[in-house]
Design a protein around this ligand. Structure first.
Ligand SMILES: *[C@@H]1O[C@H](CO)[C@@H](O)[C@H](O)[C@H]1NC(C)=O
Ligand SMILES: *[C@@H]1O[C@H](CO)[C@@H](O)[C@H](O)[C@H]1NC(C)=O
Length: 386
């Protein structure tokens, strides 16, 4: 009898147990990044480009103050950014500005230069064949918890635009991808904490079916046009949402504030967005943007053109998928100094600001630079509850 056989069996058994344990730890521990990434792609949202292929920052090279600021903020947030030079309207020749057959006045130099710089960013995405990019203006600021916020944004975007798992071709939002004539005026809110299971995306952690994610704005409406899907994801008790008394918008009525409790965040399709302070474009979204915003009649500022792009208005094709959240995730940072230095587009009067601030962002990265530089976590909350 061969006495070595049982010993070998013991070895095999031990080996098998070891391999199983290894596999268990590698693939079944919740939060294991390799597992998350492979199966859901959610891990990518925490990378240095926030789950996009690139982050572009648009700004005039002469505004060195803003470049200094945003480079520091990005470093403190472990983000990698690339600059796209802003353009002065006077350098854009008339022939290069598409107009309609009826013709109209050239839009003012400020908005014209802004349009050109944003279109240059979209063109970069197309010519470099990037899968997606986040585009920020150089005075943007954000919360220390931006990765958690974008993670939740992605979960909501998937619930609104990915097919429901196990129900071929069905979507949680019955008005997606576009309402039909017999679609309801409104659909029930989806609860962020009980989102339907959806088919995991393969192209982007934010889902495979979006053109634009409008994450930096200064006003948004819940959808009401015939061409915009009506689904809403509602998240109660989001502690990154400032108290209602600190929320404001250009868009009246401010339904989020008037209808929902304190600290509610909403995710939905974009309607009448104001300010293009921060947004992401997918490759397909950037191509459509060149077609609809770069090459058609430039008769309004870039944010208004984006609005028409998202809503299929003023000769733009319907069916774009533009997702957003209220309150916005990126906001303008306002430094100490004459209020006129705030933007090179408009005239902001003669006031002087003696304390730096960022609207609505509770744990502003910019305003917590001291703590972040020292690795502390006792962040200053600009907008505490009472
Ligand atoms: C971050 O994740 C996105 C999405 O998977 C990817 O396209 C991008 O290249 C990643 N960024 C870096 C710096 O690895
Ligand atoms: C762009 O990238 C996609 C994959 O992301 C690839 O299939 C396609 O061939 C690329 N196009 C060009 C022109 O490189």
């Amino acid at each position: 009898m061969d006495l070595r056989l049982p010993a070998r069996r013991v070895l095999y058994t031990l080996g098998t147990v070891f391999i199983f344990t290894f596999l268990l730890f590698r693939f079944h521990v919740p939060g294991n990044s390799a597992f998350e990434k492979q199966r859901w792609g959610m891990g990518d949202i925490r990378n240095s480009t926030l789950g996009f292929e690139k982050i572009f920052v648009i700004g005039l090279p002469s505004r060195t103050d803003r470049r200094d600021g945003i480079v520091l903020q990005a470093a403190l947030s472990d983000m990698q950014v690339e600059f796209i030079d802003g353009v002065l309207g006077k350098d854009v020749v008339d022939k290069a500005v598409p107009t309609s057959p009826q013709g109209h006045e050239r839009i003012p130099d400020g908005p014209l230069g802004c349009w050109r710089a944003h279109v240059n960013a979209a063109r970069e995405i197309v010519s470099r064949n990037l899968t997606s990019a986040l585009i920020l203006e150089d005075d943007a600021d954000w919360d220390v918890r931006i990765r958690d916020q974008l993670h939740d944004f992605a979960l909501s975007a998937r619930a609104l635009t990915q097919p429901v798992r196990g129900r071929a071709g069905a979507y949680a939002d019955p008005t997606y991808p576009m309402p039909s004539d017999d679609s309801p005026e409104s659909v029930p809110d989806l609860d962020f904490h009980h989102l339907p299971g959806t088919v995991p995306p393969t192209v982007s952690p934010y889902g495979d079916n979006w053109d634009l994610l409008w994450v930096g704005h200064c006003g948004m409406h819940f959808p009401f046009s015939k061409t915009v899907p009506k689904g809403r994801v509602i998240r109660l008790n989001d502690e990154t949402v400032a108290p209602k008394r600190n929320l404001w918008t250009f868009n009246v009525p401010f339904t989020l504030k008037e209808t929902y409790p304190e600290h509610t965040r909403a995710y939905h399709h974009a309607q009448e967005g104001v300010c293009a302070l921060g947004y992401a474009l997918s490759q397909r979204g950037a191509r459509k943007l060149l077609h609809e915003v770069a090459l058609k009649d430039v008769s309004a500022g870039f944010d208004i053109l984006l609005r028409w792009y998202c809503e299929g208005d003023k000769g733009r094709a319907p069916g774009r998928q533009c997702l957003t959240t209220q309150p916005s995730l990126f906001h303008h940072h306002r430094t100490v100094g004459p209020a006129s230095s705030m933007s090179d587009i408009g005239d902001h009067g003669d006031g002087f600001r003696d304390a730096a601030m960022t609207d609505m962002v509770r744990w502003s990265v910019r305003l917590n630079a001291d703590a972040l530089l020292e690795g502390r976590t006792d962040f200053v909350n600009q907008y505490p509850d009472e």
